[in-house]
Design a protein around this ligand. Structure first.
Ligand code: GTP
Ligand code: MG
Length: 183
């Protein structure tokens, strides 16, 4: 199954894919230039120390033995100027893991719109950063206007089991939807 790992700049997409991939991941991160500093949105988010950004995609693979599926994970670029790549990346994708930070939900709305426009089912994973407030799941669901069946999980992209759990939640959701569609 082709799965997108999506979310705004610096939310942990590359980290999540590297953490769970069973093959060496392919990255296209480039050193961020000072020219990009004005364009990109890092300084607003305490990410001044971030040195690289993904310019095309990340790619990794994960076998979920119990579910009997292999996930091909594609990271979407976080920077707005790479939006034109979305159509190619989304081609053939079955679903998406959307990473969000409670401190910048607005940026996740944009990403969720891009995914919803393409009719892709998704699961939301809240990445907890040191500066982020804890928001109750029900409140977050309201704020993100999530459909009742859309899974919402908390995840640390740096932690393998945590990221695995988020992807398992997404896979279970996709399998349920596929079962509903065929019955
Ligand atoms: N606390 C915390 N830090 C994280 C988490 N995920 C990623 N980070 C850190 O956040 C920084 C940015 O992570 P990346 O994986 O490069 O983010 P990205 O979404 O790939 O960024 P772009 O490709 O530039 O859009 C790194 O320093 C990570 O170590 C998380 O779940 N929790
Ligand atoms: Mg990245």
């Amino acid at each position: 199954m082709k799965i997108l790992v999506a979310g705004p700049l610096g939310i942990g997409k590359t980290t999540a894919i590297s953490t769970v991939s069973e093959i060496p991941t392919l990255h296209t991160d480039e050193v961020m230039t000072t020219a990009a500093a004005g364009t990109d949105e890092l300084t607003h988010h305490g990410l001044q120390d971030k040195k690289t950004t993904t310019v095309a995609t990340d790619f990794g693979r994960l076998t979920l033995v119990q579910a009997g599926v292999i996930l091909y994970l594609f990271g979407t670029p976080g920077q707005r100027r790479f939006r034109p790549l979305w159509d190619d990346l989304a081609e053939g994708a079955l679903g998406a893991l959307v990473l969000v930070d409670t401190e910048r939900l607005q940026e996740s709305f944009e990403v969720m719109d891009l995914i919803e426009e393409r009719g892709l089912p998704y699961t939301v994973a809240v990445n907890t950063f040191p500066h982020s407030r804890t928001v109750e799941p029900d409140t977050l669901r309201d704020k993100l206007d999530l459909a009742e069946h859309t899974p919402l999980v908390v995840c640390d992209a740096r932690d393998k089991n945590s990221t695995l759990d988020a992807l398992i939640a997404l896979t279970a959701h996709l399998i349920t939807l596929a079962g509903d569609a065929s019955s």
